[in-house]
Write a protein that binds this ligand. Structure first.
Ligand SMILES: [Fe+2]
Length: 323
């Protein structure tokens, strides 16, 4: 049993201090998917993202007559003096960081471009976006996204199209590829980008969601963007289908979080085949948070941490001590 990966303990889904470690170790050091270039098709709209309490703004400054491509898209942080990095793939996906404290895009998402360059993301128009809060930790939602053991009983409609028997997840550098049927690798593109973004392309449509952490560990904000190349009717049919699946997941996450907060569930062992996607991302979180905690401890020993930071560190220590 020792060789099997254990889940992160329930305290990691409920601790404000642990979230502060995650914020520094995971969020400020990652690349985040903002969307395909068509998300910025409206020249009059500044699209606002708030990721881990950092606000990013995106504008499309190219003339309307030039259509939608990579030119003219500008990403910057709202906070004066905060420097960030941004990158647009040749296929038209826009990514950004929240600080300069990140590896290069190519290093962070090594091997991703070969995969996404098969799709032309400049061709699927943005149709609708939704944003609302849920009573769950960001990891509770990612746990569910990264496995499909729950699909058969939670998503009866989805399971009709994509029988979970064949479902598989392949993990790469900071991203995972989901395959509903490995014998049909060209049937859509389902991706998870560590830590909180996803992209699902299939059936003429595309959707992307971000599970955004708040400073309250039991609350996350879900943001969805929907794209479709078909008629209004076709889009609405696609939208109804994907919304159904999203609402089913939402309900499941709120119930799972209640169990985590009430101590009903502490920790467990992950299925090495069916939950390899969960193991992959949780291990990344665990390693990064531990590294950050070691840094805090070293700084405390050197006496170089200010009193407030030391107090935060003690709180974080309590959260991490359960490991
Ligand atoms: Fe689900």
């Amino acid at each position: 049993m020792d060789s099997l990966t254990r889940t992160l303990p329930a305290s990691w889904f409920c601790s404000p201090a642990l979230y502060q470690l995650e914020r520094r170790a995971v969020f400020l050091k990652s690349w985040h998917l903002l969307g395909p270039v068509t998300r910025f098709q409206s020249r009059s709209e500044t699209v606002v993202y708030e990721i881990a309490q950092v606000t990013l703004l995106v504008e499309n400054r190219s003339p309307e007559s030039e259509g939608v491509d990579r030119d003219g898209i500008v990403v910057y942080a709202q906070e004066e003096g905060r420097e960030i990095k941004s990158y647009i793939t040749p296929s038209g996906l826009v990514f950004a960081t929240l600080s300069l404290d990140t590896p290069s895009f190519e290093e962070f998402f090594s091997g991703l471009e070969e995969l996404v360059n098969k799709v032309d993301f400049t061709k699927l128009p943005h149709r609708r976006s939704l944003s609302y809060e849920g009573r769950f930790n960001w990891k509770t939602m990612i746990d569910g996204f990264q496995e499909c053991l729950h699909c058969q009983y939670t998503h009866p409609t989805f399971s009709k199209y994509y029988p979970p028997t064949f479902y598989s997840v392949t993990n790469h550098a900071n991203f995972s590829q989901h395959m509903a049927d490995p014998s049909k690798p060209s049937d859509g593109l389902f991706l998870y980008f560590f830590p909180i973004c996803t992209l699902n392309v299939y059936g003429g449509g595309m959707s992307s969601f971000r599970t955004l952490p708040t400073t309250e560990p039991g609350v996350a904000r879900m943001e969805f963007d929907y794209y479709h190349s078909g008629s209004d009717e076709e889009f609405e049919e696609y939208f109804r289908f994907v919304r159904q699946v999203a609402l089913e997941d939402f309900e499941l996450c709120e119930m799972a979080q209640r169990n985590l907060e009430r101590g009903v569930y502490g920790e467990g062992i992950l299925n090495p085949l069916k939950e390899n996607g969960v193991a992959f991302y949780q291990q990344r979180v665990r390693a990064l948070v531990r590294g950050e905690w070691d840094k805090v401890k070293r700084e405390r020993e050197k006496g170089s941490v200010k009193v407030e930071a030391r107090e935060v560190g003690m709180e974080e220590g309590k959260a991490i001590a359960v490991l």
